[in-house]
Design a protein around this ligand. Sequence first.
Ligand code: CLF
Ligand code: SF4
Length: 430
Amino acid sequence: MPINFAREIEKKTFQHPCYNCIAHKYARMHIPVAPKCNVSCNFCNRKYDCVNESRPGVTSGILSPEEARDKFKIVKNKIKNLTVVGIAGPGDPLANFEETKKSIELIKEECPDITFCLSTNGLMLPAYAEELIKLGVTHVTITINAVDPEIDAQIYKYINYRGSTFVGPQAGKILLDNQLTGLRYLTEKGIVCKVNIVMIKGINDAHIPEIVKKVKECGAYMTNIMPLIPVKGSVFENRDTVDESELKSMRKKCEPYLKQMYHCRQCRADAIGSLNEDVSAQFRNYKKNVISIDKSEKIYKDDNKTGKVNRGYRFAVASSSGDYVDEHFGHVSQFYIYDVLDENIKFYEKRDVERYCNGQQECTGHDDRISGIIKCIEDCNGVLVLRIGFEPVIRLHEKGIKVFQMYSTIEEGIEKAVKLMSQVDKSSDS
Ligand code: CLF
Ligand code: SF4
């Protein structure tokens, strides 16, 4: 391994809050871009995030790679000590490799120095390990719950591997071979690997020291022994879990063989912040600021009793012609501004976006342009657009401007937006 690469990885590990317990001042951000999974763990209920790394019973919304990049930019801007971007579900990152890859590429373009980390069940590691290294992933967590296919057979209902489904010890053997092959490959190339082990009473608990010894032999940096939490709706929902003292004593027992993790928070697939302070809620609900008119059609059809709108609204409409809502927010060059008072829709004026940027020559950067567009419509209650990106949604939300995403005539669009606005106002009044 070249010395510079080794030094870079050492520095990244030093600033990684999961790999180094004294790195608690640094923050990590999970991007939930991986919904699918290729195995079926008996402790998993797929309604929730992957239990191999996350807190059971928690559900994270999915982001596209582009949304993940946009959200990263916002988070990075607000959390100065952010050092790590991790992919930990809600399914398996390697069962969603295209999304995983694209997300890493997009974020790397924004911030080449960030540490990329991911957590996988390991089934597809031999297929993707080399690509992960090329992408710049330096820290990988693999969940290995047994190093004996017979024990794995009690933990995994089935695996889906290269288009076929396997069960029992045969599934266990394929999974284990791939996990260990992938682990060895990565560690030989200098990638820092942590192994998660879910401790399941009566199934793998007595076997855990064997797992730890084996993964150490394959180059693992540390193990993270986690308690089984019997998730409702999973095969193991009625199994006993281990208590704190049993967990601690197993970690102590394994410590002579390999470094142990004691500070895991079993975080969500969209966790953000330091391990002691999760701030993901601050960044979670911005998507709710977008009302997609097509999807919400039912809401106002069912609500014909909404009644008279007796408050005034001002809307900005992203339109190329003045007839249809047909412009993407980021590409808009003009807004048609409409006022609505007592159900009367009245055209107010047309505004050129460029006038609101810091002069046309300066207004070339993406941020300048978004600021200019927002400044142009600051006095409006809502904006009607064909499409919009994640970043402007957040900034509009902060200014209290609702976003209505649609393709329709301007008049119909405004009528629908008014009805929705008045419903929102009524529900917040009551
Ligand atoms: Fe995320 Fe996991 Fe990377 Fe950390 S979490 S992918 S290694 S950046 Fe950390 Fe959270 Fe425990 Fe995971 S506290 S659940 S160990
Ligand atoms: Fe569930 Fe994670 Fe297991 Fe997949 S790897 S079945 S998401 S716990």
